[in-house]
Design a protein around this ligand. Sequence first.
Ligand SMILES: [Zn+2]
Length: 194
Amino acid sequence: MSIQFLCVSCRQPIEIDDQWAMKVVECPYCHEQVTAPASSTYQPGEPLVARGVAGGPPSAVMSAPAAGPMTPERTRSGNAVAVASLVLSGLSLLLFVVFMGLMGAKLSSMKMSPSATPEQQVQDAQQFVLDAAEKGEPWVFTAIFLMIGALACWPAGVICGLIGVSKPVRRGYAITGLVAAAIPLAIVLAAMLV
Ligand SMILES: [Zn+2]
């Protein structure tokens, strides 16, 4: 037996096994999570089979050899924002690390008087970068692009991560994205405190 109903989100006809009655399933069309009715509310032509998502079927059914609508499909179900958070935060972190590496390499090549105070060293470093920009040295522009890229991806990654953790699927991706986004911030804050 199966239950046919219309997805409340996209109005496409979907079909599920009886064991998913009154439970949350993922619509195969729009991938929204919808609650199945207790019995059919739609007479089907050729409905697609929905994937089970949360609050699974009774354990007796889950352990049956037929495996039910759970497992493999479940791991593939959406939460695109969590994935986006992971990608954006990772990209931001990568650009930030490359930027830091480039700046570190260039500044270490700069002549620094050993008697300079930390304040003078910061001023010298700023002057070094400004001079390089004035001379049109390509690495300055590369550094600016890296920094803009990192700054652009960072808030997008944080926002996607915050949205992604509210969804039951792929929450780990969103959390990892938020952690990746927090690393550059932590480095900058630590540098300011030193
Ligand atoms: Zn739908």
